[in-house]
Design a protein around this ligand. Structure first.
Ligand SMILES: N[C@@H](CCC(=O)N[C@@H](CS)C(=O)NCC(=O)O)C(=O)O
Length: 191
């Protein structure tokens, strides 16, 4: 989804090929030959492919630098990558934890586990709130750092996380939702 947001932001033509995740198509030999991790996304371009959304996104930025979605300065680029890393290693796990809990049959859901994941996530929001003070986007202009969070902000909201006490985060999420590329998030969640 995050790589499709980049494709859309860059107005590049692409074909979306759906891999049947519930039926484990991603673990079939033909798919493992492309991505040994057995995960989506995989970006295929002619006879080359890239795996891992963060790598796909940086690949697209290098191949198609306009419009620019990442800084070119080494220090700023490292900072951007740190936000991507923060998202993937800190932010995403409690969001997925909440979804996992909510998808269990009602009788098996644990309010304690849900609260624990919510608290883990809420504990991360002050860092984002502070970063977004005086900035519309994490690196100033919209780019890869922000769109890495986009689907997970929406999932967190849907899972009941209240961004109200974090007005900068809330406004940032609203801004991300206004972008035409947010269409890809809607398509992804509808699939
Ligand atoms: N860090 C990876 C995560 C990829 C990932 O977990 N993809 C999920 C779908 S969003 C997947 O393929 N799950 C199927 C599986 O793990 O078998 C990335 O950002 O590309």
């Amino acid at each position: 989804m995050r790589t499709r947001i980049v494709l859309k932001e860059k107005d590049l033509d692409f074909e979306r090929i759906i891999i049947d995740l519930p039926n484990k198509e991603q673990k079939q030999p033909w798919f493992l030959a492309i991505n040994p991790y057995g995960k989506v996304p995989v970006l295929v371009e002619e006879d080359a492919w890239v795996v891992e959304s963060a790598l796909c996104n940086e690949y697209l930025e290098e191949q198609y630098p306009t419009p620019q979605l990442a800084p070119t300065d080494g220090r700023a680029k490292a900072e951007m990558r740190l936000w991507v890393e923060f998202c993937n290693s800190q932010f995403v796990p409690p969001v997925l934890g909440m979804l996992y809990e909510q998808r269990k049959p009602a009788a098996e859901q644990s309010a304690d586990k849900m609260r624990h994941q919510q608290e883990k996530l809420t504990g991360l929001l002050p860092q984002l709130e502070q970063r977004l003070d005086g900035r519309d986007y994490l690196m100033g202009e919209h780019g890869i750092a922000d769109l890495t969070f986009t689907p997970f902000l929406t999932l967190a909201e849907r899972a009941g996380v209240d961004f109200g006490p974090f007005p900068n985060v809330d406004a940032w999420h609203q801004r991300l939702k206004q972008r035409p590329s947010y269409e890809e998030v809607k398509i992804g969640f509808a699939a």
